[in-house]
Ligand binder design. Structure first.
Ligand code: SF4
Ligand code: SF4
Length: 171
């Protein structure tokens, strides 16, 4: 594990484990403008090496602005809370992490690159409707190939794509 020196980390973001994968596929789409604005901020920090992440099972800093978060439970659909918790546990197991582990965003991305295949995405993400868009697969492939993420440089990409928020949620 990367050793974190005092002063090198100036942010700590509580992030549920499966959202580490979702961040790879983020393209400025989301469930509401507030959700997208918040996820934009977190995605920027995800690529900042000075960011410290606390990896958890359960609602996190992304869920905080999600309209489906009801009193700290994911209420997106029937059984969604249990389903996303299970996804978190499966991602944690693949990454060799335990709940509440803190690590740098660089190390989190390195572990994803090392541990995840596109087939793993299909298994863990199940029937998530975002999977068929291909963005998450593309994001993982780019990470694994060492390319810069498609949303970088982030602000200019988003400024061209924020309009898509009006078309979500997908049905
Ligand atoms: S397919 Fe869904 S759960 Fe899987 S990484 Fe993408 S957005 Fe997240
Ligand atoms: S859909 Fe559920 S898991 Fe996803 S951000 Fe919203 S509350 Fe969190």
């Amino acid at each position: 594990m990367v050793r974190l020196t005092e002063g090198s980390i100036h942010r700590c973001i509580r992030i549920r484990a499966h959202h580490l994968l979702c961040l790879l596929g983020f393209r400025g789409w989301g469930y509401s403008k507030q959700f997208v604005d918040n996820m934009q901020r977190i995605a920027q920090k995800f690529y900042d090496p000075a960011t410290l992440l606390e990896v958890v099972v359960g609602c996190d800093a992304i869920c905080d602005f999600c309209p489906y978060n009801k009193a700290g439970e994911c209420c997106r659909g029937e059984g969604s809370s249990q389903k996303v918790d299970q996804q978190d546990l499966e991602v944690m197991a693949k990454l060799g992490l335990k709940p509440e582990t803190r690590l740098s965003s660089d190390e989190a991305r390195a572990r994803i690159k090392e541990s995840f295949s596109v087939q793993d995405l299909s298994c863990i993400c199940g029937d998530c409707e975002w999977l068929n868009l291909g963005y998450c697969t593309e994001g993982l492939n780019r990470l694994k190939s060492g390319e810069s993420h498609p949303i970088s440089p982030y602000p200019s990409y988003l400024s061209n794509h924020m309009g898509y928020t009006e078309r979500i949620p997908i049905s």
